[in-house]
Design a protein around this ligand. Structure first.
Ligand SMILES: Nc1ncnc2c1ncn2[C@@H]1O[C@H](COP(=O)(O)OP(=O)(O)O[C@H]2O[C@H](CO)[C@@H](O)[C@H](O)[C@H]2O)[C@@H](O)[C@H]1O
Length: 662
C-alpha cells in the first residue's frame, strides 16, 4: 500500500510489522540506526545512537546529549527507562518538584509496582467510578485540596506555531506556554513545529536547536518527501523542529504580503507525517517517546495526525495505545481544499470519507460546481479521541448553527467528549511588576507606575500628555473575527468624546489603510500602529485604561486576560471566552461593586458605544469604582498551571476510553 512505504529511521529494538520496516532503495536516508547499551551517568541503562553519527555530527550529538543529560540532572529527574511489550522504551519519568508518593508511574510494570503505587492506582480507579466529563470536573481539577494521584504521560504537541520560535497570534502563545506548564507538572512533553527560516535576523530564535541528524522520508504529494529534525531542550520541554525547504521563506508561517502561501496544505501535511514519526524515531536523552503517547493536535494544520494514527498506523499495530486530543483555537479555519487533493495526503483511499466535505448549494460558485472538497479539520473531529476548545462558552457555541462554521452537527455528535478549558497567561512574560517592555513597573499594591506608563505611551505616540484623559486600546489581527468593522463604523462618534484611542494590528490591507487615514483625520486623538510588534503590545496593555475587544466570535481571547492583569479594564462583546472571563461590572453590588469590565451585547455599534461611554464615565467620575475594577481584574487567576491541571484531567479521560478509532 503506497502510504505504508514508510521510509524512516527505525529503532531496531522495536518489533514492527515487516512492511513498516522496509526502507526503499535509493531513498537517500542517512542510514538505518541501531542502538547499543552504553554507560549511563545515572547508573541505569541508556541507549546510544551508534550509526551515521560521525565527525562533526558525532560531536554535535554528544554535546546535545550532554546538554540534555545535564539539564536532566539539574532538575533531579528520575530517568529510569522502561519498555513496553514491544521493547519500546517508555515512561522516562520527569518528576521535578513532586512528592514521589503523589505520582504514579503509568508505565510501571504492575508486577513490580510497590504497594504504595498500587494503592494509588486503586485510588485512581475509585476516581474512575466517579468520573463524568462535566465542566465542573474540569474546573475542579486545579483545586486539588488533597491531591491523590498524578499520572505522568508522554505528551506530543503538534502545532503550526509556538512562541518564542513562531507566533502570529494566540496559537503561538498557547503552544509556547502550555507545554512548559505540563512539563512542570511532571509530564514528558515534546512540541513538534516547523523550523521556519525567513532569511533575516529573526532566524536566530532557532539558534539553539541543533540538527540531530535524523532524516525521514514521508510518503505524500506523489513521492517521498525528506524532512529533518532539529531539537532544543528548553524549560523541561523537547522542542522538535521539522525542517524542509518549504518552511524557508520570508513572511509569517502562513503567508506574506501577497496573501496565504499556495502550498500550505503540503507544508502542514509534512508537519503531520513528521509529527507521527517523531515519537517513534527520535531518541531524546537516549529514549524515544514511544507509542503510548498523547497527541495534542492544534487547529487544522495538525489535524491530519489523528487521521494518520487511525488510517496509517493502527491497522499495523502501531500507536494502538496512543490517544489524540484535537484542540480547536479557531473553527473558522478548517483547511478546506478541492477534493482532488485527497490523493496528496498519503492516506489510504478508503479513508476519503473522513475528510469528505460537500459545500451546500448556496456556497457553490457556478452551476457545474459539485461542491466536493476535503476538510482537514473535519478529519480530526471524526477521528480524535477527544475535542477541546479554549473556553467553555466557545465549546457550546461551536455546536450551534451560528457558531459552528458548518461543523456544528458533527461537533454536536461528539458532545460527550467535547470540553472547554480557558487559556492561561504566561506570568513570566505578562507581569506589570517585572515586564521588560514597559518603562515603569507597578503591582496591585502600588499602582503608581501605571499612570506613568500611560504618559510615557502618550509621549511615544506624540499625543497630548494628559494623565486624566481616558485612553482606549485595541490589539489584534485586523480581520472580520475581531470586529474591526464595528470600530470603523463607530470612530466618527467616538472621536466626539474627550478620549485618546490607539490601535495596534495587521492583517486586512483595507483596515490597515483605514487606520492610517484615521490617524491623519484625528491627529490629536487617534493613533494606528500597523504591524506586529510584541513590545508595543505590552506598552499599550500597560498604558491604556480600557481595552476594547468587539470580537464577532472569540474562542478564548488572550488580550483581555493580559489587560486585566495590567489593571486595564476590558470592554468586550459578550461572546465565547470573553463572556467566560470578563465579569460585567455591577456598581450596586456590595463593597463598592463587582465585576472586572463590561460585556456588551448585541454586537452592534450602538451597544458597543453605550458600553464604552459607561466605562469612560466611570473612569472620570467614579475613581474608587474604577480602582476596584482594576484590582479585581489584577487578582484574577488565569495561570497556565491552572489550565494545565485541567488538561491533565481531560488527558486522563482520553486514556480511560478505548481509542475512538481502533
Ligand atoms: N499586531 C500585533 N502585535 C503584537 N502582538 C499581537 C498583535 N496582534 C495580536 N497580537 C498578540 O497575539 C495574540 C493574539 O491572541 P488572541 O487571543 O487574539 O488570538 P487569535 O485570535 O490569534 O487566536 C485564536 O487562538 C487563541 C488561543 O487559543 C484564542 O485565545 C483566540 O480566541 C483565537 O481566536 C496576543 O498575544 C496578542 O497580544
Amino acid at each position: 500500500m503506497e502510504s505504508l512505504q514508510v521510509a524512516r529511521i527505525v529503532n531496531c529494538n522495536r518489533k514492527l510489522p515487516l512492511n513498516l520496516l522496509e526502507i526503499p532503495r535509493n531513498s537517500g536516508m542517512v542510514g538505518q540506526l541501531s542502538f547499543a547499551p552504553s554507560r549511563s551517568r545515572r547508573g541505569g541503562a541508556s541507549l546510544l545512537l551508534c550509526k551515521s553519527i560521525t565527525g562533526r555530527n558525532e560531536e554535535e550529538f554528544r554535546s546535545f546529549q550532554d546538554r540534555y543529560s545535564a539539564e536532566e540532572e539539574e532538575s533531579d529527574l528520575d530517568a529510569t527507562p522502561r519498555q513496553d511489550d514491544n521493547g519500546s522504551p517508555l515512561g522516562l519519568q520527569l518528576l521535578p518538584n513532586y512528592d514521589e508518593k503523589q505520582v504514579v508511574n503509568y508505565n510501571a510494570d504492575p508486577v513490580s509496582a510497590t504497594e504504595e503505587e498500587i494503592g494509588s492506582v486503586s485510588a485512581t480507579e475509585e476516581d474512575i467510578g466517579s468520573v463524568s466529563t462535566t465542566e465542573e470536573d474540569i474546573k475542579g481539577a486545579d483545586e486539588e485540596p488533597n491531591p491523590i494521584t498524578r499520572v505522568t504521560r508522554n505528551i506530543v504537541f503538534v502545532t503550526a506555531e509556538a512562541a518564542p520560535y513562531s507566533k502570529t497570534g494566540g496559537l503561538g502563545d498557547v503552544c509556547g506556554s502550555l507545554p512548559l506548564a505540563l512539563a512542570a507538572r511532571g509530564h514528558r512533553v515534546m512540541v513538534v513545529s516547523p523550523r521556519y527560516l525567513r532569511g533575516d535576523p529573526s532566524d536566530k530564535v532557532f539558534g539553539s536547536a541543533i540538527d540531530i541528524d535524523c532524516h525521514i522520508k514521508v510518503p505524500c504529494f506523489g513521492g517521498l518527501q525528506e524532512v529533518a529534525f532539529f531539537h532544543e531542550y528548553r524549560a523541561g520541554v523537547d522542542w522538535v523542529f521539522v525542517d524542509h525547504p518549504s518552511y524557508h521563506r520570508p513572511g509569517n508561517p502562513y503567508g506574506d504580503g501577497n496573501g496565504a502561501f499556495g502550498d500550505n496544505q503540503f507544508r502542514f501535511t509534512l508537519l503531520c507525517h513528521a509529527a507521527c514519526e517523531a515519537p517513534l524515531v527520535i531518541p531524546l536523552g537516549g529514549f524515544t517517546y514511544g507509542e503510548k503517547c498523547l497527541f495534542l493536535v492544534n487547529d487544522w494544520h495538525a489535524s491530519l495526525v489523528p487521521v494518520l494514527l487511525a488510517a496509517k498506523y493502527r491497522p499495523h499495530g502501531v500507536y494502538k495505545d496512543a490517544r489524540s486530543i484535537l484542540v480547536i483555537h479557531n473553527l473558522a479555519h478548517q483547511g478546506v481544499e478541492p477534493a482532488a487533493t485527497y490523493n496528496n495526503f498519503g492516506l489510504p483511499l478508503e479513508w476519503y470519507g473522513a475528510l469528505e466535505w460537500v459545500f451546500p448549494t448556496w456556497a457553490r460558485t457556478h452551476a457545474l460546481d459539485t461542491g466536493e472538497a476535503v476538510n482537514v479539520l473535519k478529519g480530526a473531529i471524526v477521528t480524535a479521541d477527544r475535542i477541546l476548545t479554549v473556553s467553555q462558552g466557545y465549546s457550546w457555541e461551536i455546536t450551534t448553527a451560528e457558531g459552528g462554521h458548518g461543523l456544528n452537527e458533527l461537533l454536536s455528535s461528539r458532545k460527550i467528549v467535547l470540553n472547554g478549558i480557558v487559556n492561561g497567561v504566561d506570568v513570566a512574560e505578562w507581569n506589570p511588576a517585572t515586564d521588560e517592555h514597559i518603562p515603569f513597573h507597578y503591582s496591585i499594591d502600588d499602582l503608581s507606575g501605571k499612570v506613568r506608563c500611560k504618559t510615557a505611551l502618550q509621549e511615544e505616540l506624540s499625543l497630548a500628555v494628559r494623565p486624566d484623559c481616558p485612553m482606549i486600546g485595541f490589539i489584534g489581527r485586523l480581520d472580520f473575527q475581531k470586529g474591526v468593522d464595528l470600530i470603523l463604523s463607530a470612530i466618527p462618534e467616538l472621536m466626539q468624546e474627550d478620549i485618546q484611542f490607539i490601535m495596534l494590528g495587521s492583517g486586512d490591507p483595507q483596515s490597515e489603510n483605514w487606520m492610517r487615514a484615521m490617524e491623519s483625520t484625528y491627529k490629536d486623538k487617534f493613533r494606528g500602529w500597523v504591524g506586529f510588534n510584541v513590545p508595543v503590545s505590552h506598552r499599550i496593555t500597560a498604558g491604556c485604561d480600557i481595552l476594547l475587544m468587539p470580537s464577532r466570535f472569540e474562542p478564548c481571547g488572550l488580550n483581555q486576560l493580559y489587560a486585566m492583569r495590567y489593571g486595564t479594564v476590558p470592554v468586550v462583546h459578550c461572546t465565547g471566552g470573553l463572556k467566560d472571563t470578563v465579569e460585567n461590572f455591577n456598581p450596586y453590588a456590595e463593597e463598592g461593586g463587582q465585576g472586572t469590565g463590561w460585556t456588551f451585547s448585541p454586537l452592534s455599534k450602538d451597544s458597543m458605544l453605550a458600553a464604552l461611554r459607561v466605562a469612560i464615565g466611570t473612569y472620570r467620575e467614579h475613581k474608587s469604582s474604577w480602582e476596584g475594577l482594576m484590582k479585581r481584574g489584577m487578582e484574577r487567576n488565569y495561570t497556565w498551571d491552572k489550565a494545565a491541571a485541567q488538561y491533565e484531567q481531560v488527558i486522563e479521560w482520553a486514556f480511560l476510553d478505548l481509542p475512538y478509532v481502533q
